[in-house]
Design a protein around this ligand. Structure first.
Ligand SMILES: Nc1ncnc2c1ncn2[C@@H]1O[C@H](COP(=O)(O)OP(=O)(O)OP(=O)(O)O)[C@@H](O)[C@H]1O
Length: 442
């Protein structure tokens, strides 16, 4: 290439406006194929516009199926209707719990959202009880109904669980709070049902007063939704007819997740643009789907999994391809302790570690089957990973926190596993002792 040449294309022949394809950066005006869920949602919120106490609502389902999009859409409709009927209502959120490690941080964020810019609470310097009191005072001074929307509620800081999910919705009845007039409702969104099962029964029944389940989309529904975004994002007539059905079929076969469909469309468009083509065709879509799995897993590592969950995920994957042992809970835990040490991360107890394995299953990243241990008695679980181990290992390798924990002979073992010869593999003696160890634990 001539280095004096301008490498950029003069004109983008493919994209008109990329934002609608980007991860959660565009709020659609229209929600498709969620009429039933919207009906249930509306019914749960109807009490507010009638001037009754708000219900607590729990919204759950897998990733990318419209839980947040529908919630935001409902928020606008609810706010408008409350205004029309002159019902006092203040809506806070959705606030993503994953971004807050402590109750203090979460409460201050909410207080500051309710307070004017010149009267914000500092990020430290008070007790958590004190900031909770600030929150109650703010809510009381607003009066009327306050609806708090918490997204990814399974990531709520552990020290905030009961305060938010039990005490807050009951604050009006509690004489220790300054709240006598305002009514507080909570909407919790999650893709982790086990989280709710693990809550204390009183907390569980508070949060789950009304539950709305969102299932995966099928190919035809995804086709309609992707068409809506593609009309905004691509220039006229650049998509071949089979592009959207193919992207929709791929995403439906995987998880029924819109985000994945949008990502395929964006990548397919980029491949076409890179070639200087003015048309996106089937081959571009196929090419786009090739690395999509690794990219998505990397997203999980970056965004959704804590370092401990990431270690649990990679230990499970390595145990699946490990030559001589089944991926049993105990074996996975043993390997995890070694990986945690090599990542300089804390080592959690076995019981806590099993929670991480459960969370991986809830996220759809792993699956377990119960196994009876015969006469010796007892039971164990055998784990599988739902993506191919190769994609997971490639993603892990690219992750800044976890890349270094992979044993150096991982690809060799993977190759044996892929050829169905895993059990005949012997770790070569020349491997550094530490690496060899990873595959030789009792
Ligand atoms: N029915 C729909 N109509 C229009 N857009 C949709 C619909 N469902 C999902 N989307 C879009 O798909 C993307 C993912 O949806 P959303 O963020 O609501 O998923 P989610 O179920 O909340 O996922 P997660 O649990 O990962 O947060 C967003 O860009 C959203 O606007």
């Amino acid at each position: 290439m001539d280095h004096n040449e301008n490498p950029f294309q003069d004109e983008d022949l493919i994209f008109a406006w990329k934002q609608p394809l980007k991860k959660d950066s565009y709020e659609p005006d229209e929600i498709m194929h969620r009429d039933e869920e919207i009906k249930l949602y509306t019914n749960s919120l109807q009490d507010i516009v009638e001037g009754h106490e708000p219900n607590n609502v729990f919204v759950y389902g897998p990733t990318g199926v419209g839980k947040t999009a529908v919630t935001k859409w409902m928020r606008e409709k609810l706010q408008r209707e409350a205004q029309r009927r002159s019902v006092p209502l203040h809506i806070v959120g959705p606030i993503n719990c994953r971004h807050y490690k402590t109750a203090y941080r979460l409460v201050t964020t909410i207080v500051n959202e309710l307070r004017p810019a010149d009267d914000q609470v500092a990020e430290s310097g008070h007790s958590t009880d004190r900031v909770f009191n600030f929150l109650y005072e703010e809510i009381e001074s607003l009066g009327g109904n306050v609806l708090l929307i918490l997204d990814e509620i399974d990531n709520i800081p552990p020290d905030a669980r009961n305060d938010f999910l039990y005490d807050l919705p009951r604050a009006e009845a509690n004489e220790d709070t300054p709240i006598s007039d305002a009514k507080i409702g909570l909407i919790g969104i999650s893709n982790n049902l086990k989280f709710v099962d693990a809550l204390e029964p009183k907390v569980k029944s508070t949060l789950g007063e009304r539950e709305i389940e969102f299932g995966p989309y099928n190919a035809s529904q995804l086709g309609d939704i992707l068409t809506y975004y593609a009309d905004l994002a691509f220039k006229g007539d650049v998509l071949d007819d089979d592009v959207i059905p193919l992207a929709a079929a791929f995403a439906a076969q995987e998880r029924g997740d819109v985000r994945q469909g949008l990502r395929i469309l964006e990548k397919a468009g980029e491949y076409a643009r890179m070639e200087g083509s003015s048309i996106v065709d089937e081959d571009h879509v196929r090419e786009a789907t090739e690395n999509i799995e690794t990219d998505e897993i990397l997203d999980y590592f970056d965004d959704k999994l804590s370092i401990q969950q990431g270690l649990a995920y990679i230990s499970t994957t390595l145990m699946v391809i490990e030559p001589q042992k089944e991926a049993r809970t105990k074996h996975i835990y043993n390997l995890y302790t070694k990986l945690a040490a090599s990542a300089n991360a804390d080592q959690v107890s076995e019981r806590k570690f099993y929670e991480f394995l459960d969370q991986l299953c809830m996220l759809g990243l792993a699956r377990s089957t119960e196994r009876n241990l015969g006469r010796k008695g007892g039971r164990t679980y055998i784990y599988e990973v739902t993506d191919t181990p190769e994609d997971i290992i490639k993603a892990c390798e690219q992750d800044s926190r976890l890349g270094g924990v992979l044993p150096s002979n991982v690809y060799e073992i993977l190759e044996h596993y892929q050829k169905g010869q895993a059990t005949s593999y012997q770790a070569p003696d020349k491997l550094e002792a530490e690496q060899r160890d990873l595959f030789r634990f009792a």
